[in-house]
Design a protein around this ligand. Sequence first.
Ligand code: FDA
Length: 391
Amino acid sequence: MAPPPYDAIILGAGAAGLMCAAVAGQRGRRVLLVDHAEAPGKKILISGGGRCNFTNIHTAPDRYLSANPHFAKSALGRYTAADFLALVERHRIAWHEKTLGQLFCDGSARQIVAMLMDECTAGHVDIALSSPVGEIGHDGTHFTVALPRRTVAAARLVIATGGPSIPKLGATGFAYDCARQFGLKVVEPRPALVPLTLGGDEALFRTLSGVAAEVTASAGKARFREAALFTHRGLSGPAILQVSSYWRPREPIAIDFTPDATSGWLLDAKRAQPRTTLRRTLAATLPDRLAEALADRIGLGELGATGDRKLEDAARQLSAWRFMPNGTEGFAKAEVTVGGISTADLSSQTLEARRVPGLHAIGEAVDVTGWLGGYNFQWAWASGWAAAQAV
Ligand code: FDA
C-alpha cells in the first residue's frame, strides 16, 4: 500500500488548528487541515468586536481554569504572548493595548485570519473546507478520516474542533465525541464567559437593563474588578462574564457596588451631610437608576436620622450584594466552554493522548479555559504550537 500522503490531519480550522497546521507545515510535515465550515477562523473574525483581542501580555497559568491547574504551564511557557506578538508584527499588523494587557488589532480581525492562512501557505498546508467529518478509524498506526468524497489517512490526528459555544457559528461537541471514541475522558462542559440570568425577587433588577457600573464581582474565591451590566435577562459585562466561569448553579455571586469605599464611608457621609439620603450618596459614584434601586431595597431614611449600626449594615450589604442567578444564557451566548477533554489523558508537552499515540487535542476542546481578555486565543496559539512540535 502507498504511504498516506499526509503526516498529520488536523480537524478544525479555528485558532488552534490554523496555528498547529502552519507550524507543523513549516517544520516539513505534510498537513491536511479540515473544517466543516466554508471559511476558516470564524470565531477569530467576530472576536473582540471585530478587532480580535488576540493575546494578553499578562498571560500566566493562574488565569486559566482546568481540573489540573498546572497543565497549561508547559505550552504557555514555550509559546508566549510575546511570540504571538512577534508574528503579528512580522506581518505588519498594527495593534494596540486596550486595557488590562489586552492586545487588539487596530484594523480588523480579518488580518489575523489572513496572517494564519499565509503561514499555512508557507507551510504548504492542504486545506479542505466545507468538509464535514464522517467516520474516524484507527488501525494502531494510522488514523483514517472519512470526508465527503474521499477517505484520508495519517499517523497523526489532531482534534482542534473547539467547544460547543455559539452553535450558530458552526461550533459542535464533535471534539468530545471523538475523544470518547478513543477512550479519553471529558470533563463536563459548561458555558463560560456567559451572562447570568436572574429570576424571583431579583428579576426586578432587570428593569435596570442597560445600566453599567464598575464593581468587584466574586464567585467563591474568584474576584474581578471590572464593569457589570444589568440586562433584560439578568447580569452581564466583563466582571460578570469573568465570574460566570467559576459560578456553579445554586451558588450566589457577590457584587461590591462600592469597591473604592473606605471603612466607615457611610458614617462619614452622615456626619458631613445628615440631611442627605443613601440614594444621593450612592449617586455620587453609581448611575442614578442603580443608586435608586439599591437604596430602595435597603430602605433607609435620611442618613442623619439613621443609627450608625444600620448604616454599617447597609455599607456591608452594598459591598457584598448577594445575587442568586437562576442560570446562564447558555452555549448560545457563551464566549467559551469550561471543561472538555480531560488533561489527565493528555501530555502537557505535546498534547498527545497518553494511551493513543498519534492522537492530539488542542485549543478550546481541551479542559483549559482562560479568563476574558485574550487568554483563550493565547491558549489556542500555545497549545497548537506545542502539538505542532510533536506531529
Ligand atoms: P475554534 O472554535 O476557533 O475553532 C474550531 C473549528 O472547528 C471551527 O472552525 C469549526 O468550524 C470547526 N468544527 C467544529 N466542529 C466541527 C466538525 N464536526 N467537523 C469539522 N470542523 C468542525 N478569545 C480571546 O482570546 N479573545 C477574544 O477577543 C475572544 N472573543 C470572542 C468572541 C466571541 C463572540 C466568541 C464566541 C469567542 C471569543 N473568544 C475570544 C474565544 C475564542 O474565540 C476561542 O477560545 C478560540 O476560538 C478557540 O480556538 P479553537 O481553535 O480551539 O476553536
